[in-house]
Design a binder for this molecule. Structure first.
Ligand code: FES
Length: 125
Protein backbone atom coordinates (compact mmCIF):
# COMPACT_ATOMS: atom_id res chain seq x y z
CA UNK A 1 0.00 0.00 0.00
CA UNK A 2 1.32 3.45 -0.88
CA UNK A 3 1.42 6.12 1.79
CA UNK A 4 0.79 8.89 -0.72
CA UNK A 5 -0.51 9.11 -4.24
CA UNK A 6 0.29 12.26 -6.18
CA UNK A 7 -1.81 12.99 -9.25
CA UNK A 8 -0.69 15.61 -11.76
CA UNK A 9 -3.19 16.62 -14.41
CA UNK A 10 -1.44 16.45 -17.77
CA UNK A 11 -4.53 16.98 -19.90
CA UNK A 12 -3.88 19.06 -23.01
CA UNK A 13 -6.58 20.90 -24.89
CA UNK A 14 -6.67 22.80 -28.17
CA UNK A 15 -4.69 26.03 -28.42
CA UNK A 16 -6.36 28.98 -26.66
CA UNK A 17 -8.22 26.60 -24.31
CA UNK A 18 -6.80 26.61 -20.79
CA UNK A 19 -5.34 23.29 -19.71
CA UNK A 20 -2.79 21.91 -17.32
CA UNK A 21 -0.86 20.48 -20.24
CA UNK A 22 -0.52 24.00 -21.58
CA UNK A 23 1.19 25.09 -18.37
CA UNK A 24 3.96 22.52 -18.60
CA UNK A 25 2.44 19.90 -16.34
CA UNK A 26 4.25 17.05 -18.12
CA UNK A 27 7.51 18.56 -16.88
CA UNK A 28 6.00 18.91 -13.42
CA UNK A 29 5.01 15.23 -13.49
CA UNK A 30 8.61 14.28 -14.33
CA UNK A 31 9.90 16.53 -11.56
CA UNK A 32 7.61 14.93 -8.97
CA UNK A 33 8.88 11.50 -10.02
CA UNK A 34 12.48 12.70 -9.80
CA UNK A 35 12.01 14.28 -6.36
CA UNK A 36 10.25 11.17 -5.03
CA UNK A 37 13.14 9.03 -6.28
CA UNK A 38 15.68 11.48 -4.85
CA UNK A 39 13.96 11.22 -1.48
CA UNK A 40 14.09 7.41 -1.70
CA UNK A 41 10.33 7.20 -1.43
CA UNK A 42 9.44 5.40 -4.63
CA UNK A 43 8.17 2.36 -2.71
CA UNK A 44 5.84 4.51 -0.61
CA UNK A 45 4.72 7.20 -3.02
CA UNK A 46 2.99 6.71 -6.34
CA UNK A 47 3.15 9.54 -8.87
CA UNK A 48 0.61 9.42 -11.68
CA UNK A 49 -0.67 11.63 -14.43
CA UNK A 50 -4.37 12.29 -14.53
CA UNK A 51 -6.82 13.61 -17.01
CA UNK A 52 -8.77 16.81 -16.51
CA UNK A 53 -9.99 17.39 -12.96
CA UNK A 54 -12.16 20.33 -13.92
CA UNK A 55 -10.13 23.33 -12.81
CA UNK A 56 -8.47 23.95 -16.15
CA UNK A 57 -7.88 27.66 -15.63
CA UNK A 58 -5.99 26.87 -12.43
CA UNK A 59 -3.38 24.50 -13.89
CA UNK A 60 -1.16 22.87 -13.27
CA UNK A 61 -3.32 21.00 -10.78
CA UNK A 62 -1.75 18.53 -8.38
CA UNK A 63 -3.76 16.41 -5.97
CA UNK A 64 -2.17 14.52 -3.09
CA UNK A 65 -3.86 11.64 -1.32
CA UNK A 66 -4.68 10.55 1.31
CA UNK A 67 -4.90 14.15 2.48
CA UNK A 68 -6.96 15.14 -0.55
CA UNK A 69 -5.05 18.43 -0.84
CA UNK A 70 -5.40 20.18 -4.20
CA UNK A 71 -2.49 22.36 -5.20
CA UNK A 72 -3.39 24.69 -8.03
CA UNK A 73 -1.23 26.69 -10.42
CA UNK A 74 1.77 24.59 -9.44
CA UNK A 75 5.04 25.74 -10.95
CA UNK A 76 8.07 23.57 -11.58
CA UNK A 77 10.07 25.44 -8.96
CA UNK A 78 7.56 24.42 -6.26
CA UNK A 79 7.78 20.67 -6.78
CA UNK A 80 10.70 20.05 -4.41
CA UNK A 81 9.01 22.13 -1.70
CA UNK A 82 5.78 20.15 -1.99
CA UNK A 83 7.66 16.85 -1.80
CA UNK A 84 9.86 18.00 1.09
CA UNK A 85 7.10 19.60 3.15
CA UNK A 86 4.02 17.57 2.34
CA UNK A 87 5.33 14.13 1.47
CA UNK A 88 8.48 13.91 3.60
CA UNK A 89 7.58 16.12 6.58
CA UNK A 90 3.82 15.51 6.48
CA UNK A 91 2.76 19.15 6.44
CA UNK A 92 0.49 20.53 3.76
CA UNK A 93 2.22 23.46 2.05
CA UNK A 94 0.47 26.61 3.20
CA UNK A 95 0.58 30.22 2.06
CA UNK A 96 -0.24 29.43 -1.54
CA UNK A 97 -3.02 31.01 -3.53
CA UNK A 98 -5.05 27.81 -3.64
CA UNK A 99 -8.78 28.44 -3.56
CA UNK A 100 -10.69 27.53 -0.44
CA UNK A 101 -12.34 24.11 -0.42
CA UNK A 102 -15.84 25.46 -1.11
CA UNK A 103 -14.58 27.23 -4.25
CA UNK A 104 -12.82 24.08 -5.45
CA UNK A 105 -15.95 22.03 -4.89
CA UNK A 106 -18.14 24.59 -6.66
CA UNK A 107 -15.84 24.74 -9.70
CA UNK A 108 -15.51 20.95 -9.81
CA UNK A 109 -19.30 20.62 -9.56
CA UNK A 110 -19.73 23.02 -12.49
CA UNK A 111 -17.30 20.88 -14.49
CA UNK A 112 -19.22 17.72 -13.56
CA UNK A 113 -22.45 19.40 -14.67
CA UNK A 114 -20.92 20.26 -18.07
CA UNK A 115 -19.83 16.64 -18.48
CA UNK A 116 -23.30 15.46 -17.53
CA UNK A 117 -24.88 17.81 -20.08
CA UNK A 118 -22.49 16.69 -22.84
CA UNK A 119 -23.23 13.03 -22.08
CA UNK A 120 -26.96 13.69 -22.10
CA UNK A 121 -26.67 15.54 -25.43
CA UNK A 122 -24.78 12.57 -26.84
CA UNK A 123 -27.46 10.17 -25.60
CA UNK A 124 -25.07 8.44 -23.24
CA UNK A 125 -26.87 9.38 -20.07
S1 FES B 1 -6.85 20.33 -17.94
FE1 FES B 1 -6.15 20.02 -15.90
S2 FES B 1 -7.93 20.42 -14.78
FE2 FES B 1 -8.65 20.53 -16.81
Amino acid sequence: MFKHHIFICTQSKPPMVPSCGGTGSAEILDMFRKEVFNAGLEKDVMVSSSGCVGLCTRGANVIVYPSGKWYTAVKAEEVKKIVDEHIVAGNVVENRNDPVEDTLKMEAAMFQQRIKSMMADAGRL
